[in-house]
Each structure stands twice: as structure tokens, then as C-alpha cells.
Design a protein around this ligand. Structure first.
Ligand SMILES: Nc1ncnc2c1ncn2[C@@H]1O[C@H](COP(=O)(O)OP(=O)(O)OP(=O)(O)O)[C@@H](O)[C@H]1O
Ligand SMILES: [Mg+2]
Length: 487
């Protein structure tokens, strides 16, 4: 068995990893640590939730010193991911006194400039905001020793290539470059050839692109029925935490509104929601104040939130990569997860393409019936009742119970109590604007050029991660002109 102590790590980092409860390295960590620690450039591909952050974080943290200013740079496609990577690197790097600062669009730039005065050694950034800082000369990259492109393929999808070229152009001196993702479309090769120095490729061998511990199924459902089916599944499966993915921002807004109307605690996240609110939604989801997060693909990549037991694709994802990353928000670090994808009858071909590329098969499940929902709600009540019995904290009710049982038999009392406790299926009317089914196309055109014909996705790779007009004005204007703007 490989151990973290096999890699000659500094005692501080080895201790940090054991403090985090990491007993042994995951396969991607075991395979990439020797290469990355030796200083080589590397491309790492491994399934979602298998510890890629630590696989690149540890070599970077070993390389930087407390002095010398900013020496490590991680680029990530979304703001939430930049924040999360910074948190993880801070947790590991703390013992060595290494600080990582997240730098991302939508957050007050003055606040970031002040935070930079604390002299972090590592920056985890989204490309757009980093360029703002480079232009303002508030971040200098002349001491960078190591660069990581996390979710590199997604940054290409989003049209960040020019930004990345520009950033790496600022770091032309000798540096180590690492590139990580769960999916590696061929276009990555071009990026690697251009920016990396003879990179070694580490692929954790797996038959499927998705992890085994996620149970995958699909339900063939007409567009108009989707919302009711979602509510039925939420009642039947009662997820600990669930992420519902929708195709567009409007879709996300409408689903959130509908869920709230029917009494679920849900909030949405997409590119038009102000960053402060986005941060709040993630926080509230993490601490389980809300238990459903509805999102566009902005939340599909990299997010590691423990307790996410279910992923629902309210709309089938655009491409197989998106599917892999979306469902990968559950079933992380060896935990189990369940992913259900809604497919309208005309989208079955598209589903087959996803199955072929990911080399998986989704199990077809029937549309749940009213009876299933009632049974699901009853199960929830019984679980609650059993939990209460376990807690043994109901002495004050015992006397009332005894007096009730003097006049009525126990089965009747219990049945009435169960009925009272059990939620009726909520049929409050909810209207969700219908969208056209996704037409299947050969998945070869992934550069986003044709995306506008699907739903209301913006043209030109414009997934959905726009900075909301808050970024540094000059850049925002230029991006609008270039028709690519996010972050
Ligand atoms: N060696 C380890 N032992 C146990 N848990 C680990 C280990 N390494 C990482 N983890 C945990 O596994 C979870 C997933 O890690 P991480 O977010 O790095 O996955 P990932 O491979 O980057 O996934 P994605 O492709 O979705 O970005 C995290 O909660 C992390 O703390
Ligand atoms: Mg990751």
C-alpha cells in the first residue's frame, strides 16, 4: 500500500495531511506526487471527487517558501472553485505558514488589494480578475515558480484561452506547469504543447469516466411533467443535500420559485446572480440551512460539498463532459451518490451519446406514481419517528399518551398521529416555461460555436459565468466587444 510518507514530503505537510484525516493517497495522488514533486510538467486526469486538488496542491506547497512573495498560481474556471481551492490549500499549507488568497470577479477589488498586502504566497484565481490585477499592477507574477490549470478543458470551453495565454505570457521564465481535470478532450493537447514543457501524462485507469459509487438513472419525461416528477423524487428519495441542474438561468429561477412555493428549502445559483448572493447560497447549502441548490453549469465543476447525496439533471446536459462533472458533485471521496437525469422523448439519442462517451449505462426508471410519493412521505415520517424514539427525550408526553390510550386503542392513536405527521403530496400549481428539447448532434463541435441554437445559451462559448457587469470596466467592455465575457 502506498503511503504519504513514501514521497519524502516535509514533516509539516505530512502532518497536515494526516490532520485532515487523509490516511492514504488516492490513486491520482499516488501516481502524480512523485512526478510533480520532482518538478516535471504534468497532465493529470482522474475521476471526479478523487482528490486532484491535493494532488497538485501538495507539490505547489512544497515548492513555495514563506518569503519571496507570490510563487504559486492556480487558475480555475469559476469563482466558487477559486474560493474552494484556496480554502483547501490554506488548510494544508497552514502548518508551513503558507497563505493562499482567492482572487475572483464580482468581489470588491479594493478588498482584494488590501488582502494582497498580507503577502500571500499562492493565488487561486479566475482568469479575468487576475488580468485586472495584472493591469493595475496589484499582482506581479515575476516570482511564480508553479502554475496549475484546474479544470483546464472548461477554461477552454468558456473561451478563456486568450486570457490564459496572456497570463502565462507574463510568466515566461522557468516554471512548473500542471494541468488537471476529470475530462480531457483532445483540444487540451494544443494547450499543452503550447504552454507546457514535455508534460508527463498521468491517467488513472478506469473503464468509465464516472465513478462507480454514483448510481445513475434516467427518467423519460415530457417537458411539462418535469417539475412534478422532480418534486415526487425529492419526496420519495428525501436527499440529504441535492443539486438540481437546469439548462438556463431563467430555468433555474423558475425551478427555485416553484420549489419554494411547494414548501422546499431551495436557492439558485447562476451567472446573473450577484457574487455576494452566490457566496451566501453556497454557504447556506454547505451548512444545510437549505437542502436544495438549483444551478446552471456554473456549479458543475470541481465543487466539493459534503452531504450532496443526489444530483438531478432537470435538463439533460449539453455534452458528455458536462454530464460527468455535474453528477460528480455527488459520490465524492468514496461516498455513495445518486444521479437522475430527465430526458424528454426526443432527447433519447442525446442520452445515448452521453452513455457512449462516458462508457456508462443509466438505468431507466419509471415516472413515479402518486402512490410512490405517498409511500415515500410515509417512510420519511417513520424515520423521523424512529429517530425520536432513539433520542429518548419524550418523558413529558408519556402521561398524555397513557391518558389517550384509556379511551382509544393504540393502533388508532398511532395511525392518526402518523397521518398528522405525514406530508401530503403538494400540488400547488407551478408553471415552468417550456424549453425546446436538446437536439442530438455529433459531439465533435465542442468549441461552443453552435451552442446558441440550444436553449437561450449565449453565443460563443458563453456558458453562463458572466461577471455580472461588476468587473473592472475596461475589461468588461472589451470582453463584450469580443463577445465572450465571463468573469
Ligand atoms: N487522500 C485522501 N483521503 C481521503 N480524502 C481525500 C484524500 N484526498 C482528497 N480527499 C477529499 O476528497 C474530496 C474530493 O477531493 P477534490 O475536490 O480534490 O476532488 P477532485 O478530484 O478535484 O474532483 P473534481 O473532478 O470534481 O474537481 C475532498 O473532500 C478532499 O478533502
Ligand atoms: Mg477538482
Amino acid at each position: 500500500m502506498v503511503k504519504f510518507s513514501d514521497f519524502g514530503l516535509s514533516t509539516e505537510l505530512e502532518k497536515a495531511l494526516s490532520n485532515m484525516g487523509f490516511e492514504e493517497p488516492t490513486p491520482i495522488q499516488a501516481q502524480s506526487l512523485p512526478i510533480a514533486l520532482a518538478g516535471a510538467d504534468m497532465i493529470g486526469q482522474a475521476q471526479t471527487g478523487t482528490g486532484k486538488t491535493t494532488a497538485f496542491g501538495v507539490p505547489m506547497l512544497e515548492k513555495v517558501t514563506k518569503e519571496d512573495g507570490i510563487q504559486g498560481l492556480v487558475l480555475a474556471p469559476t469563482r466558487e472553485l477559486a474560493v474552494q481551492v484556496a480554502e483547501e490549500l490554506n488548510r494544508i499549507g497552514q502548518v508551513k505558514g503558507i497563505r493562499t488568497l482567492p482572487i475572483y470577479g464580482g468581489q470588491d477589488i479594493g478588498r482584494q488589494i488590501r488582502a494582497l498586502k498580507n503577502r500571500p504566497q499562492i493565488i487561486a484565481a479566475t482568469p479575468g480578475r487576475l488580468i485586472d490585477h495584472i493591469e493595475r499592477r496589484t499582482i506581479r507574477l515575476n516570482n511564480i515558480k508553479s502554475v496549475v490549470l484546474d479544470e483546464a478543458d472548461e477554461m477552454l470551453n468558456m473561451g478563456f484561452i486568450e486570457d490564459i495565454e496572456r497570463i502565462l505570457g507574463e510568466i515566461e521564465h522557468e516554471r512548473q506547469t500542471l494541468l488537471f481535470s476529470a475530462t480531457m478532450p483532445r483540444r487540451i493537447q494544443t494547450l499543452a504543447e503550447k504552454f507546457m514543457n514535455d508534460p508527463q501524462i498521468v491517467r488513472v485507469k478506469a473503464k468509465e469516466l464516472t465513478v462507480k459509487n454514483i448510481e445513475q438513472s434516467y427518467i423519460e419525461v415530457h417537458e411539462k411533467q418535469k417539475f412534478d416528477v422532480l418534486c415526487s423524487l425529492l419526496d420519495i428519495q428525501s436527499p440529504e443535500l441535492a443539486i438540481v441542474f437546469g439548462r438556463t438561468k431563467k430555468r433555474v429561477d423558475e425551478v427555485v420559485e416553484g420549489l419554494i412555493k411547494r414548501g422546499y428549502s431551495a436557492e439558485g445559483i447562476h451567472g446573473d446572480i450577484p457574487q455576494a448572493k452566490r457566496d451566501q447560497v453556497i454557504r447556506r447549502f454547505k451548512d444545510q440551512t437549505i437542502d436544495i441548490m438549483v444551478a446552471t453549469d456554473v456549479a458543475a465543476r470541481g465543487l466539493d460539498i459534503s452531504g450532496v447525496s443526489h444530483v438531478y439533471n432537470f435538463d439533460i446536459p449539453q455534452d458528455p463532459e458536462s454530464y460527468v462533472h455535474r453528477i460528480g458533485r455527488t459520490g465524492r471521496a468514496g461516498n455513495k451518490g445518486l444521479a437522475v437525469t430527465f430526458v424528454s422523448p426526443r432527447e433519447i439519442d442525446h442520452l445515448k451519446i452521453i452513455e457512449n462517451v462516458t462508457k456508462t449505462k443509466m438505468k431507466k426508471e419509471p415516472v413515479p406514481t402518486f402512490k410512490d410519493v405517498v409511500a415515500g412521505n410515509q417512510r420519511v415520517t417513520i424515520n423521523r419517528l424512529m429517530n425520536t424514539i432513539d433520542k429518548n427525550d419524550y418523558d413529558e408526553y408519556k402521561r398524555i399518551a397513557e391518558s389517550l390510550l384509556e379511551d382509544t386503542d393504540s393502533v388508532t392513536v398511532l395511525a392518526a398521529a402518523l397521518k398528522l405527521l405525514t406530508k401530503d403530496p403538494d400540488v400547488t400549481p407551478v408553471k415552468i416555461t417550456a424549453v425546446e428539447p436538446l437536439r442530438s448532434k455529433k459531439p465533435k463541435n465542442r468549441d461552443g460555436r453552435n451552442r446558441s441554437r440550444f436553449g437561450d445559451r449565449p453565443r460563443s462559448g458563453g456558458r453562463d459565468r458572466k461577471g455580472g457587469g461588476r468587473d473592472y470596466k475596461g475589461r468588461e467592455r472589451r470582453r463584450v466587444k469580443n463577445n465572450k465575457g465571463r468573469d
